[in-house]
Design a protein around this ligand. Structure first.
Ligand code: WTA
Length: 649
C-alpha cells in the first residue's frame, strides 16, 4: 500500500445525480454526444474549434490566425481587432436588449438601481471620457478600489473601452496592499469611493487609498464615488468627485480598436512567497473564454436573472458578474453587502425579490448557511431557482447535499466549477443538461480543456490515483504572464511538469472520468508514509452532524512523521472531550485507521483569506506551536488567530 509518488485518496463518494430530462431538453448543450463531439474536436483541432467559437464575438477586424505557438508562449487570434466593452455593450444596442436590464443592483441598506444596457453604455462612455480627461491613455494602468456598486462595473468597462488595463483591489485590503499593487502595476489613476457598506458599518475606502498614496508615486489622480456620505479629505488637483466629472462628460466615446492580445486587466493573487502575483489577461482569448463558458456552464437564457455572489475584487466577479454575463446580453445581479445583514436571511430574500434563476456562490458561504440553520432559507420562496453553482474550494459531499436539498430543493443541477485566477474561466465543471453530478466532484473538462493527473516526474496516473493536476493543451483564456515578471510566470506554472501548465492542485480522476480536487499540493500531509489530502479528512468531519466547518493540517510527529490536527467549528453543541472522541472515531470509520486524527481543536472560527479560503499555512504553524511568521496580509480576521492559539491541543 505504499503511496510512492501519488496522493492516496480515501474519500469514497458514490451518489450520482443525472440531470432531469426536462432540464436537458431546454439546455444550451443537451446531450453527452454533443459534449463529447465538442470536446474531441477542441482537442484534435483547437484552431478549428476556437475559430468557430470566435463567431460569438464581434470583430472590428478579423484575425489572421487562431493560435500561434505552444504553451507557455501562445498567441490567440493574431491580427484581430476588437474591444471588450463593445462585446458587453454596443453589440446589444441595436436589438431589443437595449431596454433589457444589464445590471440589477441592491445596496446593503436596501437601495436599488437597475441599469438597462443603454444606461450602462452611456455611463461607461461618460466615464471613459473622464479617464481620458485625466490623462489616461491606451496602455496606462488604472487601479479600482471600490465597493460592490454599479460604478465598479462601469469603471471596468470604461477602462476596457479605452484599452487601459484595470487592476482591481478587493475593498478589504489595507493601505499597504494597495501601495504594493499600485507600484507593481505603476498605476496612473486610482478610482475609489468615500466608503462602502459592510454589516451596517462604513468601510473607509478613500482613507485607505490616502494611506497608500505617499508610497505610490506613479498615481497622479484619484476619482471618488460618493457612496456613504462619510467624511473624506479631498486634495485639490489630485482628488475629484466622480459625479462632478461625469456630469460634464460626453456620453459618446468610440471604443478603441485593440489587438487581440492587448492586456485587458491585471489581477493580483497571493503567492506562496508573499509577493503577490499580477496575473495578466488579454482581450480576445479572455472574452471568448468567459463568453462561452458562461453560456455552457450557467446555461444562460435570455430571460434568466443570474446572480453570482462573489466580490468583483476576485476573478469570479470579473469573469462571471461582468465580462461573461454581459457579453452574453444577460441580466446580472449585484449585491453590495454581507449575507447576514440585517439578518441571515438576506440572500434568500434577494432570491425571492428578484426571482433569481441561477445562483453561484462559494463553499465558504454554503458552510456559513449550514451553520446559520435551515430556518433562514425556509422563510423565502426559492422556487425561481433552476441552477446552482459553487467555486473557490473543494466542497465536501455533505455541504453539497445540503445545497442540493435545502437551496436547490432537489430540483436544481449543481455546477461545481474548478478554475483559477490564472485560467481566466471555468475549466472543469458539469454541464447542467448533460453531466451526472457527484457530490464533491467538479466532474469533467469543458471543451478546449485537456487535463491530466501526473506524478512529480510527469507520468500519467491511472484511475483513482491522486497526483498533480496539469493542463496539456493551451486554452484561449489562460494568463499570458505575471505582470513585470515573465520569469516567475515560467517558473511557477511551467517548470514543474514538462510541456504542461501546473495548477498547484492535487486531484484524482475516477473510473467515470470525473475529477476530484484534493486541494493545494502544498496542503498534502504525509502520515507514516501515506500522502493524504487534508481536504478529504475535512470532508469526513463535515459529515458529522455537530460539525459546521473543519480545517485539517499536519504537524511534526515523532513516530508518524506528520500527525493530523483538526480545527473544528461546531454548529451549536459544546466542544466536550466526549465529542472529541466521537469525532476521532467518526473519521476512523469514514476513512480508516490511517486517517485517525491526533488532535481535535474546537475553534469559534478558522482563519481565512479574504476570498474565503481556509489558510492552512497559518494553522500549520499553530499546530506546530510556532508563532506565525508568514504573510498575513490576505487574512480575513486577525483575532481568529489569537483565539486559536489560546485553544489547548
Ligand atoms: C481552488 C477562483 C475545488 C483550487 C476561481 C484552485 C477549487 C484555487 C474549486 C483557485 C473547485 C477553485 N473545487 N477547488 N470547484 N474552485 N478551487 O485563483 O485550489 O481564487 O487552485 O480562483 O481555488 O483560486 P482563485
Amino acid at each position: 500500500m505504499s503511496s510512492g509518488n501519488s496522493i492516496e485518496s480515501v474519500l469514497h463518494e458514490t451518489r450520482s445525480f443525472p440531470p432531469s430530462a426536462e432540464f436537458s431538453a431546454q439546455a444550451n448543450i443537451k446531450s453527452q454526444e454533443e459534449y463529447q463531439q465538442m470536446w474531441q474536436r477542441a482537442k484534435d483541432d483547437p484552431a478549428g474549434f476556437w475559430g468557430d467559437m470566435a463567431e460569438n464575438l464581434d470583430w472590428f477586424k478579423k484575425y489572421d490566425s487562431v493560435l500561434e505557438g505552444d504553451m507557455p508562449e501562445t498567441k490567440w487570434f493574431s491580427g484581430g481587432k476588437l474591444n471588450a466593452s463593445y462585446q458587453c455593450l454596443d453589440r446589444h444596442l441595436d436589438s431589443w436588449r437595449k431596454n433589457k436590464a444589464a445590471i440589477i443592483w441592491e445596496g446593503e441598506p436596501g437601495d436599488v438601481r437597475v441599469l438597462r444596457y443603454q444606461d450602462l453604455y452611456r455611463e461607461v462612455c461618460k466615464f471613459a471620457n473622464v479617464l481620458k480627461s485625466l490623462g489616461v491613455e491606451t496602455g496606462d494602468r488604472v487601479t479600482l478600489y471600490m465597493p460592490m456598486i454599479p460604478e465598479l462595473a462601469i469603471a471596468m468597462l470604461a477602462c476596457a473601452r479605452i484599452g487601459a488595463p484595470h487592476s482591481i483591489i478587493f475593498g478589504g485590503f489595507s493601505s499597504e496592499a494597495i501601495a504594493d499593487r499600485n507600484n507593481d502595476a505603476q498605476a496612473k489613476v486610482v478610482v475609489t469611493a468615500d466608503g462602502g457598506w459592510r454589516r451596517g458599518k462604513v468601510v473607509p475606502l478613500k482613507a485607505n487609498v490616502d494611506g497608500s498614496l505617499d508610497k505610490s508615486p506613479s498615481v497622479q489622480k484619484v476619482v471618488v464615488v460618493r457612496r456613504t456620505g462619510c467624511d473624506v479629505d479631498m486634495v485639490p488637483d489630485r482628488d475629484y468627485w466622480w459625479h462632478d466629472l461625469a456630469e460634464k462628460a460626453s456620453p459618446d466615446c468610440d471604443p478603441v480598436e485593440l489587438d487581440s492580445e492587448h492586456p485587458l486587466y491585471i489581477l493580483y493573487t497571493s503567492g506562496s512567497t508573499g509577493k503577490p502575483k499580477g496575473v495578466l489577461h488579454t482581450t480576445a482569448g479572455y472574452m471568448l473564454g468567459t463568453t462561452m463558458t458562461s453560456k455552457w456552464v450557467f446555461d444562460l437564457k435570455e430571460d434568466d436573472t443570474y446572480w453570482c455572489t462573489a466580490d468583483i475584487g476576485w476573478v469570479t466577479g470579473h469573469s462571471y458578474i461582468v465580462y461573461g454575463p454581459l457579453s452574453n446580453g444577460a441580466t446580472t445581479l449585484m449585491y453590495e453587502g454581507a449575507p447576514n445583514w440585517p439578518d441571515e436571511g438576506r440572500f434568500w430574500e434577494i432570491v425571492e425579490k428578484y426571482q433569481v434563476n441561477i445562483f453561484y456562490t462559494a463553499p465558504t458561504a454554503i458552510r456559513a448557511f449550514i451553520k446559520w440553520g435551515d430556518d433562514w432559507p425556509a422563510k423565502s420562496d426559492l422556487s425561481s431557482l433552476r441552477l446552482l453553482g459553487t467555486v473557490g474550494e473543494p466542497i465536501s459531499p455533505d455541504a453539497w447535499m445540503w445545497y442540493h436539498k435545502t437551496i436547490g430543493q432537489e430540483r436544481c443541477p449543481i455546477v461545481d466549477t474548478w478554475w483559477q485566477t490564472e485560467t481566466g474561466g471555468i475549466m472543469l465543471s458539469p454541464l447542467p443538461g448533460v453531466t451526472a453530478t457527484k457530490p464533491g466532484s467538479c466532474t469533467t473538462p469543458l471543451p478546449g480543456v485537456v487535463p491530466d493527473i501526473v506524478t512529480e516526474e510527469g507520468e500519467s496516473l491511472g484511475d483513482n490515483q491522486g497526483g498533480l493536476l496539469v493542463m496539456k493543451q493551451p486554452w484561449p483564456h489562460m494568463l499570458r504572464t505575471l505582470y513585470g515578471d515573465h520569469d516567475r510566470f515560467l517558473d511557477v506554472y511551467f517548470s514543474k511538469i514538462d510541456g504542461c501548465y501546473f495548477a498547484g492542485d492535487g486531484a484524482r480522476r475516477d473510473e467515470d472520468g470525473c475529477y476530484w480536487i484534493m486541494g493545494r499540493v502544498d496542503d498534502v500531509i504525509n502520515v507514516a508514509g501515506h500522502r493524504l489530502s487534508t481536504m478529504e479528512v475535512e470532508s469526513a468531519l463535515g459529515a458529522h452532524s455537530a460539525v459546521a466547518e473543519a480545517a485539517v493540517v499536519g504537524f511534526p510527529h515523532e513516530i508518524k512523521g506528520e500527525g493530523i490536527c483538526c480545527f473544528v467549528t461546531l454548529k451549536t453543541a459544546d466542544g466536550t472531550d466526549e465529542l472529541k472522541k466521537e469525532l476521532i472515531a467518526h473519521v476512523r470509520t469514514q476513512i480508516g485507521a490511517i486517517a485517525t486524527p491526533d488532535q481535535i481543536r474546537f475553534a469559534a472560527a478558522v482563519p481565512k483569506t479574504r476570498s474565503g479560503k481556509i489558510m492552512r499555512r497559518l494553522l500549520r504553524d499553530i499546530a506546530a506551536g510556532k508563532e506565525s511568521v508568514g504573510d498575513t496580509t490576505t487574512l480575513e480576521d486577525y483575532s481568529v488567530l489569537a483565539s486559536l492559539r489560546a485553544e489547548d491541543g
